[in-house]
Write a protein that binds this ligand. Structure first.
Ligand code: DGL
Length: 295
């Protein structure tokens, strides 16, 4: 990657975060709500701000510079809103840009990665399917996970083209979606896979559809609870864990699109009936990666 787009605007509000400050969670769209659900379960006293970059979803078919620009812009925006820590609840953004963003934001960061290691630990047939975006599957981070943890397992890696778009429309069960999903899962099942890694945070919302197709033949590996536990460790280590149980616990939901799908999905799958704020978070084309300043 030679040129990246980075935001150059100075954040409008910058406070020194304390334990009562919110945790920022972001995804290209609605998928990170599956991570937010786990964070709420593991850390029930934390205030949360969730940003869905639905205007720009899916990231999985974008180029590297675009994804880095969006991740950086949204990270900066969340810092400007007082976030004390950031969860990049997007495998694609983590794979592509977390190292870049980690160096430039002054708050602790947690990313998400496909559960190659837990899948290799539980598979009996030693054949594992992975569904993730094209960007995640071709990333050096993912290849390195396979090199380190696949061991004697065969991993069948399938880009989930079309699945993110379906979840963004709140489609988790239409005949078209089921046919698409089946076309991805059948070759894995035919090859003897007994485990499926969900390498995209949108896919946990398809768990019922996956069950309808594969029954009990696939155990599903989703890393959202592990990510929430990692966030808890990080907050502890930085003395940022909130223990005040009296704070307002409804997340603040934000979207770069109109937010209607987000409101629907949060209500139907998370039982969180909340308004969604529209936010504009521009990225600006800036200098070459090597020249962009560290925070
Ligand atoms: N939820 C994102 C992920 O985990 C989806 C990426 C996309 O927008 O394509 O990768």
């Amino acid at each position: 990657m030679s040129v990246v787009a980075v935001p150059t605007a100075t954040p409008d509000v910058r406070t020194v975060p304390d334990a009562g400050a919110p945790v920022g969670i972001f995804d290209s769209g609605l998928g990170g709500l599956s991570v937010l659900r786990a964070v709420r379960a593991v850390l029930p006293h934390e205030r949360l701000i969730y940003v869905a970059d639905s205007l720009h979803a899916p990231y999985g078919e974008r180029d590297d510079a675009f994804i880095t620009a969006r991740t950086m812009a949204i990270g900066e925006w969340l810092v400007s809103q007082g976030a004390k820590a950031l969860v990049v609840a997007c495998n694609t953004a983590t794979a592509q840009s977390i190292a870049f963003v980690r160096e430039r934001l002054a708050i602790p960061l947690v990313g998400v990665e496909p559960g190659v290691k837990p899948a290799a630990a539980v598979s009996k047939s030693r054949v594992v399917g992975v569904l993730a975006t094209q960007v995640t599957l071709r990333s050096t981070r993912f290849q390195s996970l396979l090199d380190r943890y696949a061991g004697d397992c065969r991993f069948i890696c399938q880009p989930g083209h079309g699945l993110v778009q379906a979840v963004e429309r709140c489609d988790t069960s239409s005949p078209e979606l089921m046919a698409l999903l089946e076309s991805y899962l059948k070759p894995m099942l035919d090859a003897g896979a007994d485990t499926l890694v969900l390498g995209c945070t949108h896919y946990p919302f398809l768990d019922r559809a996956i069950r309808d197709i594969a029954g009990e033949r696939l155990q599903i590996v989703d890393t959202s609870v592990a990510v929430a536990r990692q966030l808890a460790r990080l907050l502890d280590a930085n003395a940022l864990k909130n223990s005040d149980a009296s704070l307002e616990l409804m997340p603040r939901f934000c979207s770069t699109a109109d937010g209607e799908s987000q409101r629907q999905l949060a209500a139907s799958l998370l039982q969180l009936d909340a308004a969604v704020e529209h936010v504009d978070i521009p990225s600006r084309l800036a200098s070459a990666l090597a020249e962009s300043p560290l925070a």
